[in-house]
Design a protein around this ligand. Structure first.
Ligand SMILES: Nc1nc2c(ncn2[C@@H]2O[C@H](COP(=O)(O)OP(=O)(O)OP(=O)(O)O)[C@@H](O)[C@H]2O)c(=O)[nH]1
Length: 671
């Protein structure tokens, strides 16, 4: 090992030397103990150093800008899920490496995180509006509001910092909270809309407490929207959970409600056309098993249940009329003392709609109003100010802007796949894509996209579950997304599509409800099994999935940089293995180099390219490059730097160039 010549020795080697042989030992030890690194004696009597296990999650959550070499080495090893032994100062040997994604938690870490969340959940509060009376001036109230928000923010910041808890990027803007305060103050019923796939992630318990603090006559309702994404069994399980925990809830689906409205319109239009009229009538009578809508002969029974707002409807999905009925059933009561004072009951019932961005508030309102009065978006954060809308002369809706409540989260990846953090603003995608890979079965992804996933064999260190990269590469290849320059499958671009498909429910996964203390947790695979039985899905869902299938070579029009465009539907055929060039290259091609038609149309054919493509095809079956060297290193139990590829000759530029071109083959980096 070559030691740094400078007086101020730096680097990992120096850190280790100092630690072992004394020079600056005190400071090194201080550094090590500060980081909870612990020295252990191995079986062979050698000493090695490792981070404490509980350190891992803390290190992951902290924003690290600068670290000493030893600290950096220790935490990087921890993040990479590797352990190591330092047999000699200059011989750090990797003894274990698995496919752990450093942005995700292991099952044990996750369990511990959830336990911790439970313990601290009482501290997740929403800010209170300060008390004021007639004598309070506007300026005084504003100053009080600002102070109240500051105290609240400080409390949450402390909770994050001292208890090592990751939180949702909760709303910090006073103006938005003011809107919420006003909506709550006005409303007789505060409806918290949540996403049925993970209702508890979107529920603020403290908001319900706050509503009651303002006026005990006000009521709370948890409206579990997007219920069309759940099977009957899943809704039953969640209904049981809500009932057991005394949560006033109803299932709703703005999507189904919209379909029903459209079917009704169709029926109207089809008057006189008997054939069409019959078809729409069929659509209106839905099977309860299929999407939760009641059969027509149960209307009276359902209406009787609705008249009693406290009576649970279990897994039933309300339609818009039922929801409106429920709103009316919550018209404000007049307290006996008010009546004695001659106060008339209020004429209007005000319903406040609150919830995270993207849970479907606008869609719910649209469905209720039966026409497009509020614009609906797939990007979180569209509704900016609260609006009031009359549903009928008796019911006024107050639509609050979507806002993120303080809540705990296990990882940032979890927030991305829940649609809380906008996908297009993320740079790190392996964590969220890793969650998709873990949750949605391989066969389902293959069927939905019409691709074949190539996984690392178990004998070579694979886990039997695809990695984020394996899914993204397959997707990118099938869509023809490749990086500029080396022409590798563009995983980052593929991730944006795949993650959007998860958020919009094409790649569906539903969280099971927590079980009671002492009970076995629900098996997630069993809970979701029916969602992936592609031949037995409701027709609506099969149609939705058909739109996600790629399975045919991408055309330049498909590859155009429009991320919001839907994946073009196409019948399945084997995906192309030819690398597709990026947009700039294609433009170059049509402008200067390329042929306008023929098999290579839309591809850049630079004069030197043919020979490399030829070589690439011959070498295609053998893995090359870094991955190959890593595999060999793992097999032999040596450091990757000790392995050289068959063609690698340092300082020989020509060869480097060839290697670069060979990697142009999209299959190269797969196994
Ligand atoms: N499957 C399904 N999708 C839904 C349902 N409701 C809403 N969505 C989808 O969810 C996404 C967000 O819906 P919005 O109504 O814009 O959500 P929002 O809560 O109003 O969002 P903000 O305006 O940001 O507050 C859209 O892509 C909707 O199509 C539903 O019941 N079922």
């Amino acid at each position: 090992m070559v030691l740094a010549k400078s007086k101020n020795n730096v680097g990992l080697g120096s850190s280790l030397m100092n630690d072992r042989f004394g020079k600056g030992k005190a400071s090194s030890q201080k550094k090590v103990s500060h980081n909870n690194a612990i020295a252990r004696k191995g079986m062979d009597g050698e000493t090695y150093v490792t981070n404490e296990a509980k350190e891992a999650s803390w290190v992951k959550m902290r924003s690290i800008t600068e670290q000493a070499a030893l600290d950096e080495f220790l935490s990087t090893a921890e993040l990479a899920g590797t352990d190591f032994t330092a047999e000699k100062i200059n011989n750090v040997k990797i003894i274990h490496s698995d496919q752990k994604n450093p942005f995700l938690l292991t099952p044990t870490e996750e369990k511990n995180a959830v336990k911790k969340h439970q313990k601290n959940k009482g501290r997740l509060t929403v800010p209170r509006r300060p008390k004021w009376d007639q004598s309070t001036t506007r300026n005084e109230l504003e100053a009080m509001e600002k102070q109240s928000l500051l105290d609240w923010r400080r409390g949450l910041a402390e909770l994050q910092e001292y208890h090592d808890l990751l939180m949702t990027p909760f709303e910090r803007n006073l103006e938005v909270w003011r809107q919420l305060w006003r909506v709550i103050e006005r409303s007789d019923l505060v409806v918290q809309i949540v996403d049925a796939r993970n209702p508890l992630q979107f529920r603020s318990e403290d908001l319900e407490t706050y509503v009651k603090e303002i006026d005990p006559r006000k009521k709370n309702l948890l409206l579990v929207n997007k219920a069309d994404m759940l099977t009957l069994k899943q809704r039953e399980a969640w209904a049981e959970y809500f009932e057991r925990n005394n949560i006033n809830f109803r299932f709703f689906s703005a999507h189904l409600a919209k379909e029903k409205i459209e079917a009704a319109l169709l029926e109207e239009e089809a008057q006189g056309n008997e054939e069409l009229a019959n078809k729409t009538k069929d659509m209106n009578v839905r099977d309860d098993e299929d999407d939760g809508y009641r059969k027509e002969d149960t209307v009276e029974e359902e209406m009787a249940k609705l008249a009693d707002p406290d009576r649970s409807l279990g897994p039933h999905i309300l339609d818009t009329e039922e929801l409106e009925e429920l709103f009316l059933a919550n018209s404000p009561e007049t307290l006996p003392q008010d009546e004695e004072a001659g106060e008339q009951p209020k004429q209007k019932t005000t319903i406040g709609l609150v919830g995270y961005p993207n849970v479907g508030k606008s869609s719910t309102i649209n469905a209720l109003l039966g026409a497009k009065k509020v614009s609906v978006s797939a990007t979180p954060g569209k509704t900016k100010h609260f609006q009031t809308l009359y549903l009928s002369p008796e019911i006024m809706l107050c639509d609050c802007p979507g806002l993120v409540f303080p809540n705990f989260a296990t990882t940032k990846a979890e927030l991305v796949v829940n649609g809380v953090l906008p996908i297009d603003q993320q740079r790190e995608f392996t964590g969220p894509a890793g969650l998709v890979a873990k949750r949605v079965p391989k066969h389902f992804i293959e069927q939905v996209y019409g691709v074949k996933l190539r996984m690392r064999p178990i004998e070579e260190g694979g886990t039997g579950i695809p990695t984020a990269s394996e899914i993204l590469r397959a997707y990118a290849r099938a869509r023809g997304f490749s990086t500029q320059g080396l022409g590798q499958p563009d995983e980052s671009r593929a991730a944006r599509y795949v993650l959007k498909d998860y958020v919009n429910g094409k790649l569906l996964y539903v969280h099971p409800p927590p079980t009671a203390e002492g009970e076995e947790p629900i098996d997630v695979n069993e809970f979701n099994k029916d969602l992936y039985d592609i031949n037995h899905l409701p027709e609506r869902r099969r149609n939705q999935l058909a739109q996600a299938q790629i399975g045919k070579p991408a055309t330049p029009a498909m590859v155009k940089d429009d991320i919001d465009a839907d994946v073009t539907a196409a019948p399945y055929s084997e995906p192309t293995v030819e690398p597709e060039l990026g947009r700039t290259s294609r433009n170059l091609d049509s402008g200067f180099f390329g042929t306008a038609t023929g098999p290579s149309a839309g591809r850049m054919t630079l004069p030197f390219q043919a020979q490399y493509t030829k070589q690439g095809q011959e070498i295609r079956k053998t893995p090359t490059g870094r991955k190959e060297r890593m595999m060999v290193a793992l097999e032999r139990g040596v450091d990757v730097s000790e392995v050289r590829g068959p063609n690698s000759k340092k300082h020989f530029k020509g060869n480097k160039k060839a290697a670069k071109k060979i990697r142009n083959n999209p299959e190269d980096d797969d196994y």
